[in-house]
Ligand binder design. Sequence first.
Ligand SMILES: [Cu+2]
Length: 130
Amino acid sequence: MPAAIASAADYLSRQPVTEITVSLGDEAGELKFFPNLLEFESGKRYKLVLKNPSSQKHYFTAKNFADASWTQTVEAGNVEIKGAIYELELKPGARAEWMFVPMKSGTYNLRGTVAGHTEAGMMGKITIAS
Ligand SMILES: [Cu+2]
């Protein structure tokens, strides 16, 4: 990794973190994200905690948002993943933590891409404010 990029990543990874929790579906089986409107500020570090309290699997798909962000880590179970991420699949009862820094302002789509879920209302918007 070039030194300038390594030091930028090192700087970003030490910023204070804001934690936000999103639920994928709910106990009643509703096909929604709670909340379904997310807003972040460019250059700040976030821990997005994703939980699936429902009895079926759900996806958290936000490719363009992921492309507009710098991902530090994704943690799920005992595994920590480093590098770009576009989509997470959460099985019933699962939990994952996505540490990232939004970089490029804009409004991005969030979708649950399990067949039929987006159509049923499992969608949202993610805004990165500058
Ligand atoms: Cu879903």
